[in-house]
Design a protein around this ligand. Sequence first.
Ligand code: HEM
Ligand code: HEM
Length: 222
Amino acid sequence: MTDSRAPIAGTPSTAEKVVRHAAVDRLFHWISAVCVLILLATAFLPILGLEFSWVGIHWVTGLVLIAVVLFHIVRSLAPRRFMAMWIGAADFRDAAAVVRATLRRDGSVEPKAGKYSVAQKLMHHAFALVVLTALATGGAMLARIDTPWWKRNPYLLGDSTWGIIYVLHGLAALSLITMIMLHVYFALRPEKWLFLRAMLRGWITRREFVEHHDPQRWQVDR
Ligand code: HEM
Ligand code: HEM
């Protein structure tokens, strides 16, 4: 009789997997991604001529995104998690080494990253800045619509302040379109599939870990 616990050929056994994203973090990524796509669709489709009552869907989705982002921020304050995304001196050395390896082509090897590469950290921080700007300005704009909790009050802030809030909200939304195109393009490139799998199923293989990561800089729990 065959042992049902025996590893299937080509599938790493549990001992060979390195957890990259816990289920709750993957859920956060996909919920926030769907929210951002709904927010962009409800914002821009009416401008492109597809008319529907978008305001309700837009602000309710915005509130869901605010809630999940707050959850994510609180969760990321644990010291080890926080430092995984921190850009420190080692990241500047990495960036310089990548430039050297690219320009010289003399066989200098690219350095192994911690949990996230400099590029991934920069992408995260750009998303964080832009999404937080959209959420803060959108949150303020809630004062201008009727909700179950309050009546609209367009005079809460002065005209020029509202002007700045609207410009920032629009700029954040436009930047997000470009950033998501870049982000999805890189996520779908074959050499980045390990990260796509990690965002879908949670893990990378131990071989991928050894090839791409420095165990001193990303200390995983066994
Ligand atoms: C001040 C705000 C933020 C802070 C301090 C923060 C912090 C962090 C940290 C420390 C990690 C690494 C967690 C780990 O791998 O153990 C992380 C990952 C991540 N962050 Fe943020 N973040 C912020 C805002 C955002 C925003 C606005 C988004 C949404 C678009 C976002 C999306 C993500 C995603 C998708 C990951 C990877 C999934 C994971 O947690 O493993 N972050 N963040
Ligand atoms: C819908 C298509 C999307 C795909 C296929 C996708 C895929 C991925 C993948 C593969 C990762 C890498 C995780 C890792 O480092 O292991 C990631 C991380 C991340 N995603 Fe997405 N994502 C999508 C949409 C979005 C959207 C709409 C946002 C926010 C507006 C977002 C924000 C982030 C952030 C902040 C990170 C962490 C930084 C990074 O690792 O690059 N993603 N995503």
